[in-house]
Design a protein around this ligand. Structure first.
Ligand SMILES: [Zn+2]
Ligand SMILES: [Zn+2]
Length: 358
C-alpha cells in the first residue's frame, strides 16, 4: 500500500475558500505549482479540483497536509448550492482586489473566495467594485498565481509579477458596479423567496438572452446593446444555465441587460426600455417555454398514449413459426444480400404478423 508523504508546512484552508486556491497556497509555500504537488502525491493532474474533486485526490492532499478529508470535501462547490450554478473555468472568475488587500493588511494569506465562482457574481458587494479579471499593468487576462512575499501568500500576475490587489480600482471596475450589485442582490432575494422578482423569471430572461434570434441565429443579447463588448458572442454550451459558460465581461453584460428587461433597481431609467421588437421576441420565447412545459406535464400526467395489446399465447407463436419454417419461400433468405435481403425479411415479418392475427 502506498504511503502518502507528509508536508512539513501546510497552510489550512479557509471555510469559504476554493479548494484549488488552498492547494495553490500549499504549493506556493514550496515555490511550486499545484500540479507539482499532485505529481509528488502520485496523482494525475486534475482539471476539476473545485466542483466535484476526485476523493483519492482529496484524501491524499488532506493526508499530506494533516487535515481531515471532510474539511476539504466541505469546500467542494457541489456541496454548496448556487441557484444559477458556478462558472466552470478559472479564467471566467474574478477577484476583488479590496478583499485581498484586507487579507494582507490583516496579516493572513490572500485567498480566493468560493462565492466569486457563483455564476452571477461579477462584483463585490462589500467594496462596491466589479471583480478584477486582468492585470491592470500588463493587461494579461485571468492569469494569476500565488507567491509568498513577506511570509504571506499574495496573488501576483504571471505576466509582470506585480501584486494583483495593490492597483486601485480602474474606471471600468467602478462603472455600473452599483447596478450590478443590485441585480446580484435581486437574484439572492429571489433565491430566498423574497423580493419582487421571481427566480423563474430571472432564469427565463437569461435563457432568452442566450437563445438564438429567429432571423439571425445570433444570441438575443447582442441586439440589446446595453454594453458594447468586443469579442465573439456565441451560444453557450449549457443553454439551461448560460452564465456558467461565460466570461466575466459577458456575465456582467447579461446581468445589466436582464436588469433592463425586468427593470431591476430602475435600470430602465439608465438604459431605457428594450425595443418593442425585443419585447415581442421575449414574449414569444416565454410562450414557447410555457407551451413546451404544459406539453411535458400533460404527457407525464395525462392518459397513456400507447395502446397496450394483450399478449398472444405461446401456442399461437409456435404454430406461426412452424408454418413459416415449412414455407420454401423463406429458406433462401440467408443466401441473399443487401436490398434483396431487406425486402425478403420485411415480407417474412409481414407474413408472420398475418399468421398471428389470423
Ligand atoms: Zn471586496
Ligand atoms: Zn501583469
Amino acid at each position: 500500500m502506498r504511503t502518502t508523504p507528509l508536508l512539513p508546512l501546510a497552510p489550512r484552508p479557509y471555510g469559504d475558500e476554493l479548494i484549488s486556491s488552498w492547494q495553490a497556497r500549499v504549493a506556493a509555500r514550496y515555490s511550486r505549482q499545484s500540479a507539482d504537488i499532485e505529481a509528488w502525491l502520485g496523482l494525475d493532474s486534475s482539471t476539476d479540483n473545485d466542483f466535484d474533486p476526485d476523493p483519492t485526490s482529496v484524501w491524499r492532499w488532506s493526508r499530506a497536509c494533516r487535515i481531515r478529508p471532510a474539511v476539504v470535501e466541505a469546500l467542494a462547490l457541489s456541496r454548496n448550492a448556487a441557484s444559477l450554478g458556478y462558472v466552470r473555468q478559472s479564467r471566467w472568475r474574478g477577484i476583488c482586489p479590496a478583499c485581498l488587500e484586507g487579507d494582507r493588511r490583516n496579516g493572513r494569506d490572500q485567498y480566493l473566495r468560493r462565492h466569486w465562482s457563483r455564476a452571477e457574481t461579477v462584483a463585490c458587494s462589500i467594496h462596491r467594485v466589479r471583480l478584477r479579471f486582468s492585470c491592470l499593468k500588463c493587461l494579461r487576462r485571468c492569469d494569476f498565481r500565488y507567491e509568498y512575499r513577506d511570509g504571506l501568500a499574495e496573488l501576483i500576475c504571471s505576466g509582470c509579477m506585480r501584486a494583483v490587489s495593490r492597483a486601485p480600482p480602474s474606471h471600468f471596475e467602478l462603472r455600473y458596479a452599483g447596478l450590478l450589485i443590485a441585480t446580484m442582490e435581486a437574484i439572492d432575494d429571489a433565491e430566498k423567496g423574497r423580493g419582487e422578482t421571481k427566480l423563474a423569471d430571472i432564469r427565463k430572461a437569461i435563457r432568452f438572452l442566450w437563445s438564438g434570434s429567429v432571423n439571425h441565429g445570433r444570441p438575443e443579447i447582442t441586439f440589446f446593446g446595453v454594453q458594447d463588448i468586443k469579442g465573439p458572442a456565441s451560444i453557450p454550451v449549457n443553454v439551461d444555465a448560460p452564465l456558467t459558460c461565460l466570461s466575466m465581461t459577458w456575465r456582467s453584460s447579461t446581468l445589466l441587460t436582464m436588469a433592463q428587461m425586468l427593470d431591476i433597481s430602475s435600470a430602465q431609467s439608465e438604459f431605457g426600455p428594450p425595443s418593442d421588437c425585443l419585447t415581442f421576441a421575449f414574449q414569444q420565447f416565454e410562450k414557447n417555454i410555457t407551451s413546451s412545459q404544459s406539453l411535458t406535464t400533460r404527457s407525464s400526467t395525462g392518459k397513456k398514449s400507447r395502446i397496450d395489446l394483450p399478449p398472444r399465447s405461446n401456442s399461437k407463436y409456435f404454430r406461426a413459426v412452424a408454418a413459416i419454417t415449412k414455407d420454401p419461400r423463406w429458406h433462401a433468405i440467408s443466401t441473399l444480400r443487401g436490398r434483396q435481403r431487406s425486402i425478403a425479411l420485411s415480407r417474412l415479418a409481414r407474413s408472420l404478423l398475418d399468421l398471428l392475427e389470423g
